[in-house]
Ligand binder design. Structure first.
Ligand code: FES
Length: 184
């Protein structure tokens, strides 16, 4: 006949409790995983902070056809937080476009002003669309009503530097508000 051992029972109960806690934690983390590639910018505030308000070389003007159609380019820069410096890596993206015969480049942040998802081009429909809540924008960044986004796409300062380098002042802005307010 097997003897009842209260110490062993208690140990078993504790082990069962711990495995339940671990399972709940794992489930919680799984639900926090980004639902799509579009939200990665939103999920990494360090990336946003590191590259705030500086002109960065993005491409050359020849790489932007003068057909009025935006082209997407990554923003690549070094990143530094309180403890560590990181080598150059993508921190966001911009759409660049220019009109026929023009050397003026318009730069639009690819970050949706509604909640920070990644705005995508819809070439067939000649517009931008955000996959998260369906905000639409014209090719020059204008808002298409009705739209969850409270403002047009965020335009960024852009200049042509030495040798035709296209330099964009990379900034992030607060999302979800009608005013375009730069993050510090
Ligand atoms: S985040 Fe783009 S529409 Fe909501």
């Amino acid at each position: 006949m097997q003897m009842h051992d209260p110490a062993r029972d208690e140990q078993g109960a504790r082990r069962g409790f711990l495995s339940k806690v671990m399972a709940l934690a794992a489930g919680g983390l799984a639900t926090l995983a980004p639902a799509g590639a579009g939200v990665w910018v939103l999920l990494d505030p360090l990336r946003r902070k590191s590259a705030a308000a500086s002109f960065l070389r993005v491409t050359e003007i020849e790489a932007i056809p003068d057909d009025g159609v935006p082209r997407q380019f990554p923003i690549v820069t070094d990143r530094v937080d309180a403890w560590t410096g990181f080598p150059a890596e993508p921190v966001g993206a911009v759409y660049l476009r220019r009109e026929k015969g023009s050397d003026v480049v318009q730069a639009l942040s690819a970050t949706c002003p509604h909640a920070g998802c990644f705005v995508e081009m819809e070439p067939a429909e000649h517009c931008f669309r955000c996959p998260c809540h369906n905000s639409s924008f014209t090719l020059d960044g204008g808002i298409v009503a009705p739209s969850p986004s409270p403002r047009p796409m965020d335009e960024l300062e852009c200049r042509i530097g030495h040798g035709g380098a296209v330099e964009v002042k990379w900034q992030n802005f607060f999302t979800g508000i009608a005013e375009k307010v730069a993050r510090p």
